[in-house]
Design a protein around this ligand. Structure first.
Ligand SMILES: [Zn+2]
Length: 84
């Protein structure tokens, strides 16, 4: 079975072509058992009536070990129809 995948059309996706979260939480994480990377990850995202694909693995982007989630979290809400 061949999967019909058109890289050109996928690279030209616009925001209007996608479902996106109504809001999201970002959490500051540290890779204290691996490479000591630290930064913001997507902790959670909520949406109503839409299917949204998210990476919620909470793995270090550098060494793929489990990140430690600090208490520092921020809540983001889209302010308007985002520009493209
Ligand atoms: Zn790491």
């Amino acid at each position: 079975m061949t999967i019909d995948y058109d890289p050109e059309s996928r690279r030209n996706l616009k925001l209007k072509d996608l479902n996106y979260p109504d809001y999201a939480w970002l959490t500051y994480c540290v890779c204290d058992e691996g490479c000591h990377w630290e930064g913001w990850i997507l902790e959670d995202a909520r949406f109503s009536g839409k299917t949204v694909s998210l990476d919620k693995s909470q793995l270090c982007p550098e060494c793929r070990k489990m990140l430690f989630r600090t208490e520092a979290s921020v809540h983001y809400v889209p302010t308007d129809t985002p520009s493209e």
